[in-house]
Design a protein around this ligand. Structure first.
Ligand code: NCD
Length: 310
């Protein structure tokens, strides 16, 4: 069965198991080229990709840039902070301006939910939009790179896995995309743990076992997904203190011992060391955090070449 090419990548919701595995297979094929080399420089030669980030980023922006360059594309790293956005130009006018210069793929991050989908609605027929994170809603390439990391460690059968997502789920677009992907890939034991004030609504938690006692929730899990405490998106007072948060929800080596002996620890970054994760775990043998980063380049190469029909 060949699946039709996607026009944009705005969310993982609704893509389905076959499509998700197909995208992960495409990413897997990119892995040997994700750290450099010239073998794939013709794939997007002559095509233009723009990184349009209205919010800060280290991993996502750099890896999209490297992914596009390793496929030979021209890359415009649009600096919002030094642009006419500061003179009041809207995101839509900025987008149309760059589209008029021949940009065919826009990688967009924005603080507002739905902002990237709104640009996709306004896009011309030859323009692809990639959501690099909108508000709390979606971060589809992070979801894909997390699934690739998980699949490479635990195999293609997600139905046997116990996955625990810990922390600030309420503000996390990563958690939303990961949970959407895990459900579609057939994961049956999905657990979410965090303080009540940081849990999202029931629509996000569908099919999940939800709890507030981390020690109990850790029992027998294969995969731990730790989340950053997103203080920039938080109303005041949701967390009493960072020390208290670490005591209740921080992952240290003692706690990790409750998970399965071969459990892996993931974190999308940026990490708050000593808040949601102890350095001994972040840098320890069960951490796959830097593998996630490396897999991110391959995922973004696959998605860019897929959307641009290369
Ligand atoms: C995340 C993001 O921006 O949503 N980071 C990332 O893309 N790897 C998570 C976060 O900011 O906590």
């Amino acid at each position: 069965m060949t699946l039709p090419r996607l026009r944009h990548l705005l969310t993982l919701d609704g893509l389905g198991e076959a499509r998700l595995h197909a995208l992960l297979d495409e990413a897997e094929a990119m892995l040997p080229h994700a750290r450099g080399g010239t073998a794939l420089r013709q794939v997007l030669a002559g095509r233009t990709v723009c990184n349009l980030f209205f919010e800060n980023s280290t991993r996502t922006r750099s890896s999209f840039q490297l992914a596009a360059q390793r496929l030979g594309a021209d890359v415009l790293n649009f600096d919002v902070g030094a642009s006419s956005v500061k003179k009041g130009e809207t995101a839509l006018d900025t987008f149309r301006t760059l589209e008029a210069m021949g940009v065919e793929a826009f990688v967009v991050r924005h603080a507002e939910d739905g902002a990237v989908a709104a640009l996709a609605d306004a896009a011309g027929p030859g323009t692809a939009l990639l959501n690099a994170g909108d508000g709390r809603s979606n971060h589809p390439t992070q979801g894909l790179l997390d699934m690739l990391t998980l699949r490479r460690h635990k195999g293609r059968d997600f139905s046997r896995l116990s996955v625990l997502v810990v922390g600030d789920v309420k503000h996390s677009r990563v958690a939303r995309s990961d949970l959407q992907a895990l459900r579609q890939l057939g994961c049956r034991d999905l657990r979410v743990c965090g303080p009540a004030a940081l849990l999202p609504g029931p629509e996000v938690l569908e099919g999940c076992t939800v709890g507030q006692e981390l020690d109990a929730m850790l029992e027998g899990v294969d995969v731990l997904m730790m989340l950053r405490l997103q203080r920039e998106r938080m109303e005041e007072g949701l967390v009493p203190s960072l020390e208290a948060y670490f005591a209740d929800y921080g992952l240290d080596a003692r706690r990790l011992a409750r998970a399965k002996p071969d459990a892996i620890v993931m974190h999308p970054g940026p990490m708050n060391r000593g808040v949601e994760i102890a350095a001994e775990v972040a840098d320890g043998p069960r951490s796959v955090i830097l593998e996630q980063v490396a897999n991110g380049v391959a995922v973004r190469m696959a998605v860019l070449s897929h959307l641009l029909g290369a």
